[in-house]
Design a binder for this molecule. Structure first.
Ligand SMILES: [Zn+2]
Ligand SMILES: [Zn+2]
Length: 232
């Protein structure tokens, strides 16, 4: 599985994945120009774009991609929220699998402050399983046989408390983060609860600029899983 990170975090998110037969985008939260450059101006080689939810850092270029003829896949609520119009938009139902090229994709609901989908992508070509989870304080599902994970590690609650204490963030923002994003502790608990026997690689995504420490997160997740950890 080839995973290319164009951007990750509250300023923008966009990833390109490729199993050697089918290439997909996950999220469209960067400018069209950034996506075009990353794809070497071969947008037609991408079979579709999965969007998790309606926040700008995940969907800002959806209408440009649709205008370029790219199929956009997202939750029904998200489609209504972003006001996507036309035959390029495909509303997904939770837990109803779809096929795009060589990928079988299962959307599932996550806990955020708007409707938000995670995705399990199974490559029929390589038999690899990629789990994608972001912008969620909790994932209610368990998965087995996952080979690649892209998961949010947004904040450490101690840094969040300290930043609130020091006046770097206000109480409202602190509470919003706790009620909508995944802490490193929640992620470590989630990893413990899942079958990691096939896991090869983890990408830690959507780290908070102020409330996280990349090196510490990498070390903690490496210790828990024993696999290679990439911080995006
Ligand atoms: Zn986000
Ligand atoms: Zn969000």
């Amino acid at each position: 599985m080839d995973i290319q990170v164009m951007a990750s975090g509250s300023k923008g998110n966009c990833y390109r994945i490729n199993d050697g037969e089918t290439a997909l985008l996950i999220e469209a939260g960067v400018s069209l120009k950034t996506i075009q450059r990353a794809c070497r101006f071969h947008l037609s080689d991408i079979s579709g774009c999965l969007i998790s939810h309606s926040h700008q850092d995940h969907c800002q270029s959806h209408s440009h991609l649709a205008a370029f003829g790219m199929d956009i896949y997202l939750a029904k609520d998200t489609l209504a929220e972003i006001k996507g119009k036309g035959h390029r938009y495909h509303a997904l139902e939770p837990l109803k699998a779809i096929d795009i090229g060589s990928f079988k994709i299962v959307p599932f609901e996550l806990k955020h402050d708007v409707t938000n989908f995670g995705y399990l992508l199974v490559s029929m070509k390589t038999k690899e399983k990629l789990l994608y989870i972001t912008d969620s304080y909790y994932c209610p599902y368990r998965f087995s046989g996952v080979t690649h994970m892209m998961v949010e590690a947004n904040y450490d609650v101690e840094y969040l408390r300290q930043n609130h204490h020091d006046g770097v963030i206000n109480g409202k923002l602190k509470n919003r983060i706790i009620q909508s994003h995944m802490s490193i502790d929640t992620l470590l608990q989630m990893l413990k609860a899942n079958d990691l026997s096939k896991l090869q690689q983890i990408y830690l995504i959507h780290l908070s600029e102020n409330n996280s420490k990349a090196d510490e997160f990498r070390e903690q997740v490496q210790k828990e899983t024993g696999v290679s950890v990439t911080v995006c």
